[in-house]
Design a binder for this molecule. Structure first.
Ligand code: TYD
Ligand code: MG
Length: 455
């Protein structure tokens, strides 16, 4: 069989293609497919030493000494997202939009880890060491025993790491690194993949934890860090809305801890400050109870977080009514509107529906369904919900309400923040929650009837 020697991959999603085309089948991006050069001959030879394959019995491992403990940075929000601290010789990817604060966060983390006794090196491919030092000064961290290096050549970096033997190496960013045995330009998929492969295998081989910084861009110019995601143990995304000070560090994959865990930070003049009580922060802008505003008692990872949902429903001037969502899934909104129409007989034709999660927070939990429905109905009926009430619960297509997980934790958090009642599906497990009047319902029709008087 004639075999093409060329291979191609998408700079957006990393999908492999046997031939070039204008559009990637896998992710739908245009003009994102480029030829892979050099990498198709297999991984760079540097990682293929003279070592032999071998295996061990699983039971043998159990008798070995316990693994070294996780390192704590002392930044509680970061340690929690890592699953309780940094696992030795693990590989971590921190992705996020340019300018969101990745370098700031990691310089602060480097300083904290170094101060706690971990030998740490921060390799910047974007800034000169003097610039990094200036930033550290601004952050009040100039005295931290962090080693700095400004390099982009992978070979030089590996030599530096080999000589320094750090316990933690931070690489900012993976897109600026280039391997001289790979032909394509820095930032291309081949380069990003080769650099990430070299660095992660170095980490495992030498017992160094590595944190790779990756920029996420919509345009295919710079390879998205998605090609790196499967090579690392932990993937964290640093998110935030422009115009908001809040930044959320979210674990989307973690071999050593719960995924979906979040850490909340606030960008200040002196760097990122930890937000230990995110509920208070997300509710801080809330005014008097008003139509369209509902407080959702959510769970992010292992932690309860209260957020305000805001809805606006208005007659549409357009031939096709608008549905606009910020911070939630638009498909899920369409589903809830359809259930309200079909099961409760409440029409939304000719009405624009806007939904916003306050504070720049993004919610993915299905338990937000009932809170969304409550916000939309409250806006449509121009009737505020009872004051100091939180809402949660999943809505099924039949209109039945499904109990949410961790009902008790949600109620406790609500109580802590001064709420006095909750609307939730029947059947949720809550034993010890006191002080909160729990109003449970089994279907959406019952909810509409009780809260909005028949709808
Ligand atoms: P940066 O960490 O450079 O972002 P990234 O590495 O993700 O590209 O953060 C850049 C932004 O953060 C920049 O717009 C300035 C702002 N910033 C502060 O507000 N306070 C600070 O103390 C620092 C260091 C940065
Ligand atoms: Mg940066």
């Amino acid at each position: 069989m004639a075999k093409s020697s060329k291979s191609f991959s998408c700079t957006e999603c990393g999908a492999k293609h046997s031939k070039w085309s204008g559009r990637c089948d896998a992710c739908g991006a245009w003009n994102s497919i480029v030829e892979d050069k050099g990498i198709s001959a297999g991984p760079p030879s540097k990682s293929l030493g003279a070592r032999r394959g071998s295996s061990v019995e699983l039971t043998d491992l159990a008798t070995q000494e316990t693994p070294p403990p996780r390192a704590q940075s002392g930044i509680v929000e970061l340690d929690r997202v890592l699953g309780g601290g940094l696992v030795p010789s693990s590989a971590i990817l921190v992705g996020g939009d340019p300018g969101i604060g990745k370098s700031t966060l990691l310089l602060q983390a480097a300083a904290h880890f170094a101060k706690s006794g971990l030998k740490t090196i921060y390799v910047s491919g974007e800034e000169a060491s003097a610039q990094v030092r200036m930033r550290a000064q601004r952050l009040g961290l100039a005295d931290a025993p962090v080693k700095l290096a400004a390099e982009t050549n992978l070979r030089d970096i590996l030599t530096t790491l080999e000589a320094e033997r750090p316990q933690l190496a931070i690489i900012d960013s993976i897109q600026t690194m280039w391997a001289d045995n790979v032909e394509s330009a820095p930032g291309s998929v081949s380069q990003v993949r080769a650099a990430a492969h070299e660095l992660t295998s170095f980490a495992k081989r030498r017992g160094v934890a590595v944190i790779l910084v990756g920029h996420v861009t919509k345009e295919g110019q710079i390879a998205g860090p998605r090609v790196v995601e499967h090579m690392v143990d932990t993937v964290l995304y640093f998110e935030g809305e422009r115009g908001h000070q809040f930044r959320i560090l979210r674990a989307v994959k973690n071999r050593f801890g719960p995924a979906d865990e979040i850490g909340v930070f606030e960008m200040t003049g002196g760097g990122l400050a930890e937000v230990t009580n995110p509920s208070a922060l997300f509710l801080s802008e809330r005014g008097q109870p008003s139509p369209g505003s509902v407080v959702f008692a959510g769970i992010e990872g292992t932690r309860p977080v209260l957020v305000e949902l805001q809805a606006l429903v208005a007659p549409s001037p357009h031939s096709q009514a608008r549905r606009t969502v910020v911070g939630w899934d638009s498909g899920r909104l369409a589903m809830i509107l359809a259930v309200l129409e079909a099961r409760c007989g409440i029409p939304f034709a000719g009405l624009d529906v806007y939904l916003n999660v306050a504070g720049g927070m993004k919610i993915s939990e299905p338990a937000a369904d009932l809170a969304v429905a409550a916000a939309i109905l409250s806006a449509r009926e121009d009737a505020a919900l009872p004051a100091e009430t939180v809402v949660f619960g999943e809505i099924s297509l039949s209109g039945a309400l499904r109990p949410a997980s961790q009902t008790e934790n949600r109620l406790k958090e609500a109580q802590k923040l001064g709420f006095t009642s909750a609307i939730a599906p029947r059947g949720g497990k809550a034993v010890g929650a006191t002080g909160i009047t729990l109003n449970t319902m089994s279907d959406l029709t019952g909810f509409v009837g009780e809260i909005f008087g028949a709808g």
